[in-house]
Design a protein around this ligand. Structure first.
Ligand SMILES: *Cc1c(COP(=O)(O)O)cnc(C)c1O
Length: 458
């Protein structure tokens, strides 16, 4: 049990950086449902994905190996900011008067300010290895685009980012980061693709959407020999690359002589939650730590796990991607303009969904105002201004720590502080001025979107 004078920051040496990623699929009692081809209704094979992704990533996507070697070329870049610190949130504990011990893994120390470079670096590395010279991707507010722009620069790849037009116009700072790291950024819909031209022909003033931007990036990659596509969340290989977070955290808790009983992360596509939680959840699956609770936290306005259906659906809004089995609100669902842009996704990572369906992990949805209230309490006690996405996790951490207080239980709670909020100060300004609102659960919109699910058995 962690004693009173234990460190506030638990730091690891660079040599403690994990040498292997943990693949939770190896510990599943039953295999994950296959990804389906929308045309044939049959499971897709590697050749279907080859135009979009390098073969090494396609292999990782379906690998059943428990441990996958992290190439030295990836570790050499990760060590610029990894291992990331594990903090004990003593000042927050004191403010709450809780006997719980609260720990957070801080991923905001990466140059892009979030956990996303953990996979961007690996993806750029494998593309480079396989002779790709250019990567196309989409980005909403720019968290993913900035991580990939930096990664491409490190490996000498060109990077083209289709950025949702409203964000391009309203949030210039992340665009400038991408350009600083050498990426070419265009507002989507753009005239650079057929998909973009079509949208513009129908609506010259289209504000864009993540779905449209995905269509543009996928078309770009599929129609150019030198270019592949890259995704920042949801896919198995992305979750795999993020497990460095949980593997480090386990070592750090050992150093602190403590053991996590509750592990919490916010969940948009599921990658930072999985990255922290999977190494712990794996021990639950193999019977080593049956009592562990892992909680994924989503916004009430976009509650895919807690209100969605576990069915096959498209990964994108337009309906171009293969079909994956996941908790979904329907691929045509458009969530309210929440300030946690990274959590506005209609689906969820299939691996996270399977664990939720089998009741191995839990999920909670929290409203926007209560989330910002938690963010402010965290900033005023611990100092770090959290990303609005990460603040969803903090809301539930505070709620669980408060339950510990009421029950007089000194549990160890670990959460992922997936990024800082330095580019989200507009949202903080709105909250502090009393201008933020809660969005009701959009039952009618979800019901309507669920009517447009593709027909697949599964
Ligand atoms: C993108 C992002 C998220 C949401 O994505 P996940 O794949 O669910 O992790 C959460 N936090 C931050 C800081 C992000 O940038």
């Amino acid at each position: 049990m962690a004693h009173k004078d234990a460190d506030t920051k638990v730091l690891l040496k660079e040599k403690d950086l994990p040498t292997k990623w943990y693949n939770i699929q190896a510990d599943f009692p039953t295999p994950a449902p296959p990804v389906m081809h929308p045309g044939t209704g049959q499971p897709i094979g590697p050749q279907d994905l080859a135009p979009l992704f390098p073969m090494a990533l396609i292999k990782q996507e379906v690998s059943q190996e428990r441990w996958i070697e992290i190439p030295d070329g990836v570790r050499d870049v990760l060590r610029l900011w990894r291992p990331s610190p594990l903090y004990r949130a003593r000042r927050l504990e004191q403010a709450l008067g809780t006997p719980a011990r609260i720990y957070y893994k801080y991923e905001g120390v990466s140059p892009a300010g979030s956990h996303k470079p953990n996979t961007a670096i690996a993806q750029a590395y494998y593309n480079k290895q396989e002779g790709v010279t250019r990567i196309a991707t989409e980005t909403g507010a720019g968290q993913w685009g900035s991580a990939l722009a930096m990664a491409c620069q490190f490996f000498g790849l060109q990077c083209k980012v289709y950025m949702v037009k409203v964000s391009y116009q309203q949030k210039p700072y992340r665009r400038i980061m991408m350009e600083t790291w050498g990426a070419q950024v265009v507002a989507s819909p753009s005239t650079d693709t057929q998909a973009g031209k079509q949208v513009l022909a129908a609506d010259p003033d289209s504000p864009g959407s993540l779905g449209i931007a995905i269509s543009e990036a996928v078309e770009d990659a599929a129609t150019r020999e030198d270019t592949k596509y890259s995704l920042g969340s949801v896919l198995n290989h992305v979750l795999l690359h993020q497990t460095v977070i949980g593997l480090e955290a386990k070592k750090q808790l050992e150093k602190a002589d403590d053991e996590a009983e509750i592990v919490i992360g916010c969940a948009g596509g599921g990658s930072n939650f999985a990255g922290l939680a999977f190494p712990f959840v794996g021990e639950k699956l193999t019977g080593k730590n049956r009592k562990l609770r892992a909680i994924a936290v989503e916004p009430s306005a976009c509650p895919s796990l807690t209100k969605g259906k576990y069915v096959y659906d498209f990964g994108d809004t337009v309906g171009l991607t293969p079909l994956v089995k996941m908790y979904t609100l329907g691929h045509t669902f458009v969530p309210a303009p929440l300030h946690a842009g990274g959590l506005r996704y209609h689906g969820m990572a299939p691996l996270v969904c399977k664990l939720y369906a089998e009741k191995v992990i839990e999920a909670v949805a929290v409203p926007q105002l209560a989330t910002f209230e938690a963010a402010i309490q965290f900033a005023r006690t611990e100092g770090i201004i959290p990303a609005p996405e990460s603040a969803h996790a903090i809301r539930v951490v505070i709620d669980e720590a408060t339950k510990c207080k009421e029950a007089g239980q000194g549990k160890a709670i670990l959460f992922n502080l997936s990024g800082h909020g330095h580019f989200d100060l507009g949202a903080y300004e709105a909250y502090l001025a009393g201008k933020l609102q809660d969005y009701e659960y959009p039952a009618a919109k979800v019901e309507e979107a669920l009517r447009h699910l593709p027909a697949v058995k599964g």
